[in-house]
Design a protein around this ligand. Structure first.
Ligand code: NAD
Ligand code: TYD
Length: 371
């Protein structure tokens, strides 16, 4: 990298407020939570959302922001280079938080093509467009590109293995994690080759409001409320490290504002839970919050189903680097976060009921063979 570009990447992020941020995938689960977090924390900043509104994107989630002059929504594909070029210039964007992705492992097993297209080609398209725009910018020193990724790129841990650090070798096992690994490598390469100020975060499993029903926690909450079976893959002993989405968004904002370009930060909840224990806990929480459930006890709904092919046994994150260097740590315990989330699904049935479309039901029944 040239000394000149090197100097640019060590300058602080957007010293001039207000900042102008592009959030890709902002109508999805984490993206929408990040939009609310950012505009709540920095109401003078401008946020542009670019989202294709795939099955996982939901315009309704952002509806309360429609009248906010510091917010704009554009429906479009991150693979559309001309559109991305135009939006960067039209809105004088100075930072990108890139969350748009195909994000569900089970869907990647059924159809990996869309994952390669959006996660690899889409990320490449954004990086190229942003690089060209950055090269032409008057104040490129304050620009940032945050690539939001997953701990799944590191593969699977045995029960006693130490948690993933930023130097754990990549070993993705699913088409989803392989496509995210590919996009991480591109984001890294754009820093090392061109000096583009990219940052990468690798985060553990999130949960919280606006999570699409196909993922473990919303699926279980909704099925408990509807009295439907709770499909637990394999022996239920797989371990995930759960992080409340608001904690993740705070971490993303911190990395974007204070992280060093070219660096990777692992983000995790330090909350390792076995799937079967998590599902049992959700049954107990909802028994408590919604005493008139259709099936009681809700644990009677637990159904062990054939395992996911290539199912990673355990993920665990060592978040020491972001704690030491940026002062971030999770604030919501898993007991607290699960209760808040279960209450949210109980209170927001008008958000999730329309998502259980005939098309989704067909996918769901095919996947779990539960019809
Ligand atoms: P999500 O599936 O809920 O949302 C993805 C969003 O991207 C949707 O709104 C969708 O419409 C949009 N999108 C998909 N393809 C697009 C395209 N080609 N162009 C424009 N928009 C497109 O996903 P999520 O759970 O919010 O995850 C967001 C990001 O965070 C992803 O990059 C994911 O890999 C990463 N991540 C997720 C988790 C997790 O637990 N959910 C954990 C770590 C990292
Ligand atoms: P998921 O929410 O799909 O996240 P990821 O696969 O990205 O970790 O799944 C979390 C865990 O729960 C994972 O070990 C698979 C398991 N799981 C089930 O047992 N049943 C289900 O119906 C789903 C969706 C997941």
């Amino acid at each position: 990298m040239s000394a000149e570009r090197n100097a640019l990447t060590s300058s602080p992020f957007s010293p001039d407020s207000p900042r102008r941020l592009l959030i890709t995938g902002g109508a999805g689960f984490i993206g929408s939570n990040l939009v609310y977090h950012w505009l709540g924390a920095y109401p003078q900043d401008f946020v542009l959302v670019l989202d294709a509104l795939t099955y996982a994107g939901n315009r309704q989630t952002l509806q309360p922001l429609e009248s906010n002059p510091n917010f704009r929504f554009v429906q479009g594909d991150i693979c559309d280079r001309a559109l991305v070029d135009r939006l960067l210039r039209e809105e004088n964007i100075t930072a990108v938080a890139h969350l748009a992705a195909e994000s569900h492992v089970d869907r990647s097993i059924l159809g990996p093509g869309a994952f390669v297209q959006t996660n690899v080609v889409g990320t490449f398209t954004l990086l190229e467009a942003f690089r060209q725009y950055w090269l032409e910018a008057e104040k490129p020193e304050s620009f940032r590109f945050l690539h939001v990724s997953t701990d799944e790129v590191y593969g699977s841990l045995a029960p006693t293995d130490p948690a993933f650090t930023e130097t754990t070798p990549y070993a993705p096992n699913s088409p989803y994690s392989a496509s995210k690994a590919g996009s991480d490598h591109l984001a890294r390469a754009y820093f090392h080759t061109y000096g583009l100020p990219t940052l990468i975060t690798n985060c553990s499993n999130n949960y919280g409001p606006f999570h699409f029903p196909e993922k473990l926690i919303p699926l279980m909450c909704i099925n408990i409320l509807l009295g439907k079976k709770l499909p637990v893959y394999g022996d239920g002993q797989n371990v995930r490290d759960w992080l409340y989405v608001e904690d993740h968004c705070r971490g993303l904002a911190q990395v974007l504002r204070q992280g060093a370009p070219g660096e990777t930060y692992n983000i995790g909840g330090n909350n390792e839970v076995k799937n079967i224990d998590l599902v049992t806990l959700l049954c107990e929480i909802l028994e408590d919050l919604a005493p008139s459930l259709p099936v009681h006890p809700a644990t009677d709904l637990i159904t062990f189903v054939p395992d996911r092919p290539g199912h990673d046994r355990r993920y665990a994150i060592d978040a020491g680097k972001i704690r030491r260097e940026l002062g971030w740590s999770p604030q919501v315990t898993v007991a607290e976060g699960l209760r808040k989330t279960a209450q949210w699904y109980l209170d927001h049935q008008s958000w999730w009921r329309p998502l259980l479309s005939p098309e989704y039901q067909e996918y769901y029944n095919k996947l779990y063979k539960l019809s």
